[in-house]
Each structure stands twice: as C-alpha cells, then as structure tokens.
Design a protein around this ligand. Structure first.
Ligand code: HEC
Ligand code: HEC
Length: 227
C-alpha cells in the first residue's frame, strides 16, 4: 500500500500527530486486507454494514471526518453525497483513472484495497450522513458573482449553467455530485483538474475548459456557502 510510504512532510497540512494517527489506522486497514481484498462481509464479528461503519469512522474518518463533514479543506466532504457518485469515485481511484496528484497520493492506495461490496457499503454510510453547513467568513462580492455563474453560466465564454446538472440547490442527483457546502479550495482544485484533464472527465472538461481562475474562485465560494 504505497500511501504508507508517504513521508509526513508530504502530508499537505495534516498536523504530525494526525498523521501518526492516520498511519496507525492505515496499518489497521492494511492488516485487514492481508488475507485478500478487504471485504466487510468476511468479518466474523459483524454485518457488512457494521464493518463499513467502523472503517468509515476509524479509517476514512481521520481525513474526511467521522460523519463525513471534514473540516480540513484538502479533504472533501462526503456527508450527504450521493451513494452512486461516491461508489463511482472509489472505483475510479481503484482503477487509477482519477489521476490528479492528491487522488494518487491519498486515495489510490486506500481504494485499491476495497472490493465492490465494501465500496457500496462505505458509499452508503457516507450518503446517509447529514451534511453540515460549512462555516467561515464569506466574501459577498465573490459569492454573488459565483451565484450568477452557477445559475446562468457565462454565455460569452460558452460556459453552461452549473444548475442544469447539479440542481438549483446544488444538491445534485445520482451521478451529478452534490456541491453545496463543499470546501471552496477542493472545488477550485477539481475545476482546475478537469480543465487540465488531470481528472479526465469529458463532461466536466467541456464545462471547465473556458473558465477563468477568477470565475472558478467565485463559483467555489458560492458553493461552499450553500446549505
Ligand atoms: C489520508 C487521508 C485520507 C483517507 C484516510 C481517506 N481519504 Fe478519501 N480522499 C482524500 C483526499 C485528499 C481526497 C481528494 C483527492 C483529490 O483531490 O482528487 C479524497 C477523496 C475521496 C473521495 C472523492 C470525493 C469527491 O467528492 O469526489 C471519496 C469518495 C473518498 N475520498 C472516500 C474515502 C473512503 C471511503 C475512505 C476510507 C476507506 C477514504 N476516502 C480515506 C484523503 C483521504
Ligand atoms: C452537463 C452536466 C454538468 C454541468 C453543466 C456541470 N457539471 Fe459539474 N459535474 C458533472 C458530472 C457528471 C460530474 C461528475 C464527474 C465524475 O464522475 O467524476 C461533475 C463533477 C463536478 C465537480 C467535482 C465534485 C467533487 O466532489 O469532486 C465539481 C467541483 C463540479 N462538477 C462543478 C461544476 C461547476 C462549477 C459547474 C458550472 C460552471 C458545473 N459543474 C457544471 C456534470 C456537470
């Protein structure tokens, strides 16, 4: 599991103590997977659901928050995200097709250990958690500009309205992810990754290809502020 070889200096903002804790949890997951691909249905002491919940809280939760409401902008919020979308992303990490550097560094190793049933169970756990609104100071000019882009797109740059796929309230649907309350920094980074095709998804490349950095910052600020 190559994530175990990462040095603490590469942890990108995670305090040392957290990293030590994280590595211990990861070692636990690695041990779980020694006998073959991790499957919660193999656990003698619980149902797949209980196994998924335990892993979600003790392993995934060290970065994403135990209920999926991560407070560190590097780690996306998973609470209330659609199970279908979450499962698709875990499979994209496992097959190494979602390839921006943080996906490679943090999630390829994690997802490489999971079988389909475990992926479904983990996705189900996070989808069921209540998404907490994010807190923090807002730049109202940025948010207002972001709202315009979200609801109307930018006709002169050929950018479609985000709401047409992600929904008027940014709560998404099935394969269209929920964006409301997501960390602005994470959203910004994903938009840049779609634009450069590091995260290679045709539909979002089309949307992001003509977005300027300032547009991305605005729409990210708007989305983070949504409940
Ligand atoms: C050491 C920290 C860490 C741990 C532990 C971790 N993740 Fe992640 N996860 C990340 C980072 C960082 C990203 C963002 C990757 C990127 O920027 O592309 C991510 C992204 C994701 C995404 C994509 C979210 C989206 O909105 O597209 C899913 C789903 C996910 N992780 C699920 C899990 C699950 C399930 C576990 C436990 C088995 C887990 N993660 C454990 C750091 C972690
Ligand atoms: C034509 C439909 C469509 C439109 C319009 C659209 N999106 Fe998306 N978006 C998607 C799909 C589908 C995905 C999931 C991609 C994947 O499977 O990896 C996505 C993913 C994303 C993600 C990644 C979320 C995560 O958790 O990693 C962000 C951020 C995003 N879109 C922002 C936007 C913004 C901002 C706009 C408007 C400027 C927009 N989208 C317009 C379809 C759309």
């Amino acid at each position: 599991m190559h994530i175990l070889n990462k040095k603490p200096e590469n942890a990108g903002g995670l305090p040392r103590a957290d990293w030590a804790r994280c590595l211990l949890q990861l070692a636990g997951l690695a041990a779980l997977s020694m006998a073959g691909p991790a499957s919660f249905s193999d656990e003698p002491d619980g149902t797949p659901r209980a196994g998924a919940q335990r892993t979600a809280i003790t392993v995934c939760g060290t970065c994403h928050g135990p209920q999926g409401n991560s407070t560190q902008p590097k780690f996306p919020r998973l609470a209330g995200q659609h199970a279908h979308y979450l499962a698709a992303q875990l499979k994209a990490f496992r097959s190494q097709t979602r390839g921006d550097p943080d996906a490679v560094g943090y999630m390829w190793g994690m997802a490489g250990e999971l079988d389909d049933a475990s992926i479904e169970a983990l996705a189900g756990y996070f989808a069921e958690q209540k998404a907490e609104p994010s807190s923090g100071r807002r730049d109202s000019t940025l948010v207002a500009h972001g709202r315009e882009i979200y609801e109307q797109g930018i006709a002169s740059q050929g950018v479609p309205a985000c709401s047409s796929c992600h929904g008027p309230d940014a709560h998404g649907l099935q394969d269209f992810p929920r964006l409301a309350g997501q960390h602005a920094q994470y959203i910004l980074k994903q938009l840049a990754s779609f634009q450069s095709n590091m995260r290679n998804v045709a539909i979002m490349h089309g949307v992001a290809q003509n977005l300027h950095l300032a547009d991305m910052q605005s729409v990210a600020a708007y989305l983070e502020a949504q409940p």
